[in-house]
Design a protein around this ligand. Structure first.
Ligand code: ADP
Length: 462
């Protein structure tokens, strides 16, 4: 069942139920009012008859019968009977069959003094009148409420026909209402179906920008914008990556070609091979970085997170880097180290964090003349702060935001310092995977500080 049909059905059921309930209550109140009103009239007829018989001495039964038949407009099919204290029929307004008034009924009236009964379609009122053991009589008045019942029947017919017509109108109105409510959705559906991977620049109509459907459209457009950027980045990444991979390969090839052009001395071969080894190392570094970046981006969910101590990861990164680049210096600031080791424990991926920390340290040393990185680690309640400071060249302010993009190298780096520009984008991705943040503070010719904040209750951010 589509939403339009569902909405129509729900609308019809709700409004029709209210109508049915309202009609039923109206009918029930009218029926009860008719009954009570008719009983009151019957009772007043019974009391009048009793009063005339008991209190007015001049009125005897025959006279009373004449009075009732001629003067008072009686009730339809009215029957008034009076029984004396011995349960004998004393008076009846018309000829009646006494069997209809068994002694049990009379006894009940004497006990209750006033009762109201329904006998088939007839209403009946019985009252006890007069003084006990003297002139006490039982008066029973019975009649058929023709007018009241006709009115009630008419009301029933009006209500039922009203209901049938009303429900018809409700169904039509419901369909119209549902169709109108869904028009913007249908329009949106049509626009969305035209958007393909190749036309992500398209946007859907945001309508009045305030209602729920407009907000859905706005969110959808935001998602399209993000997708478009991601697609664009992906495209740039692939072309940058292939460029970065091709360049060292071309350099290595031309080195080999030149070397093979003629016979060389052992020293010359040694030189070429050393240069090739250096290029291969750089090439391996690049491919490893690209691989990690790709894995952390695509297979983020598959990464294993364990309990790890950040100080230990930091020391092992430093040891590793020191082995590779013995001319680097590492200055640890132990002042802010907490005594409680637990406060440095997070859920994380050791290998990835190792890669990130090594990269921050490597950059700090790489871009400073004194080849020194100042490292501090501090526990700040629910998160841990690690900073990597150097007294190097600094980063131009307008480039600070760009250095985290893949393959971006700031003016201070190009041609001067070796690298591929993927280290910081990799660091950013790794820290994000640990729900952390990176901030950078840099002054030209004074140095830079990269601050990493990682929450203790880290969950894999993907
Ligand atoms: P790479 O170091 O291979 O160039 P990164 O992604 O690690 O690539 O860094 C991107 C750029 O950010 C660097 O090229 C450099 O311009 C700048 N940068 C990063 N760290 C520092 C630093 N500590 N001091 C100065 N510049 C830096």
């Amino acid at each position: 069942m589509n939403i339009q049909a569902k909405l129509t059905l729900r609308f019809t059921v709700i409004v029709a139920s209210i109508l049915v309930l309202f009609s039923a209550v109206t009918y029930m109140f009218s029926a009860s009012y008719r009954k009570e009103e008719f009983y009151d009239r019957l009772e007043s007829r019974a009391v009048t008859t009793a009063r005339l018989l008991v209190t007015v001495e001049e009125v005897d039964k025959d006279l009373l019968r004449i009075i009732e038949r001629n003067s008072v407009p009686g009730l339809p099919l009215e029957e008034i009977v009076v029984f004396n204290k011995d349960n004998e029929l004393d008076y009846s307004s018309v000829d009646v069959n006494e069997i209809k008034y068994p002694p049990e009924l009379l006894q009940k009236i004497r006990q209750a003094k006033n009762i109201r009964l329904a006998s088939g379609d007839f209403e009946q009122v019985g009252i006890l009148y007069g003084e006990a053991n003297k002139n006490e009589i039982v008066v029973i008045a019975t009649a058929y409420d023709r007018y009241g019942r006709n009115k009630l029947r008419n009301l029933g017919t009006v209500l039922i026909s009203g209901l049938i017509v009303g429900i018809g109108i409700i169904v039509l109105a419901g369909r119209l209402f549902a169709r109108q409510a869904l028009v913007p959705l249908a329009k949106m559906n049509e626009q969305v179906s035209k958007i393909t991977a190749g036309s992500l620049e398209q946007r859907i109509d945001e309508g009045n920008k305030t209602d729920e459907i407009a907000r859905l459209a706005m969110n959808f457009n935001k998602m399209l914008r993000r997708l478009e950027t991601a697609f664009e980045m992906q495209k740039n990444f692939v072309s940058n990556a292939s460029h970065e991979l091709r360049t060292p390969l071309a350099v290595m090839r031309s080195q080999l070609q030149v070397a093979l052009e003629k016979d060389r001395t052992t020293e010359e071969y040694h030189q070429v091979l050393s240069s090739l080894l250096e290029d291969t190392n750089s090439f391996t570094e690049l491919t490893n970085g690209l691989l990690t970046l790709a894995q952390s981006g695509i297979d983020g969910q598959k990464l294993h997170f364990n309990s790890i101590r950040l100080d230990e990861v930091l020391f092992s990164s430093q040891e590793e880097l020191a082995k590779q680049k013995p001319h680097y210096h590492f200055q640890f600031d132990y002042d802010n180290l907490p005594e409680d080791e637990e406060s440095l424990t997070i859920q994380g991926n050791e290998q990835l964090l190792n890669t990130a920390f090594t990269n921050f340290m490597d950059n700090a040393c790489k871009f400073s003349e004194e080849k020194t990185v100042y490292i501090s680690l501090a526990s700040k309640g629910k998160h841990i702060e690690i900073s990597f400071r150097d007294k190097g060249a600094g980063i131009p302010p307008d480039e600070l935001r760009k250095i985290f993009s893949p393959f971006y190298r700031a003016a201070n780096a190009q041609h001067l310092v070796k690298g591929h520009g993927i280290g910081l984008s990799l660091c950013k991705r790794i820290i994000e995977l640990h729900s952390g943040t990176i901030s950078v503070n840099s002054k030209l010719k004074k140095g830079s500080t990269f601050k990493v904040v990682i929450p203790i209750n880290t969950k894999n951010a993907l």
